[in-house]
Design a protein around this ligand. Structure first.
Ligand code: CA
Length: 131
C-alpha cells in the first residue's frame, strides 16, 4: 500500500515535470518566433514627389508619397514635417502653402513612414521659395 502510494506520487510528479518542460519549450518557441519575425522585418522605403520645388510666394506645393512602400508588409503611418514648423500626418498626398517675407528661403520637407511592425524610413526634399 505504502509502496503503491509512493509509485503513484512519483508518477504524478513525473507528469507535472513533463508538463512544465513542454510549457517551457512552447514559451521558448514563441519567444524565438517573435524575435525572428522582428529581425526579419524589412524596413519600408520612404519616397515622395514635390511639385513644384521652387517658385514665388505664396507657393502651393503638391506632395505625393504614394511611391512609398514596404517590401514585406504595409505602411501604417505617414508623417510630414514641412520645414516651416508645420506638420501633417495620415495624409499621403498633402498640399502645403509656403510663404516668405523679404528674402528667398529654402525649406526641407521630411517624410517619415512607419511600417506595420514599427520600422521607419525617411525621405527629404528641398523647396525654395522666392518673395
Ligand atoms: Ca516591413
Amino acid at each position: 500500500m505504502t509502496s503503491d502510494q509512493s509509485k503513484a506520487d512519483s508518477a504524478e510528479g513525473g507528469t507535472m515535470k513533463r508538463s512544465v518542460a513542454v510549457l517551457s519549450l512552447v514559451l521558448l518557441g514563441l519567444t524565438l518566433a517573435a524575435c525572428s519575425l522582428y529581425l526579419a522585418n524589412i524596413r519600408p522605403i520612404a519616397s515622395f514627389i514635390a511639385n513644384p520645388t521652387s517658385g514665388t510666394t505664396p507657393l502651393d506645393v503638391d506632395l505625393d508619397a504614394s511611391a512609398s512602400h514596404d517590401p514585406d508588409g504595409t505602411i501604417d503611418t505617414y508623417f510630414w514635417s514641412f520645414g516651416d514648423g508645420q506638420t501633417a500626418s495620415a495624409v499621403v498626398t498633402p498640399t502645403h502653402t509656403y510663404t516668405v517675407q523679404t528674402d528667398p528661403e529654402t525649406f526641407t520637407v521630411v517624410l517619415t513612414v512607419t511600417d506595420n511592425l514599427g520600422a521607419q524610413d525617411t525621405a527629404v526634399e528641398e523647396i525654395t521659395v522666392n518673395p
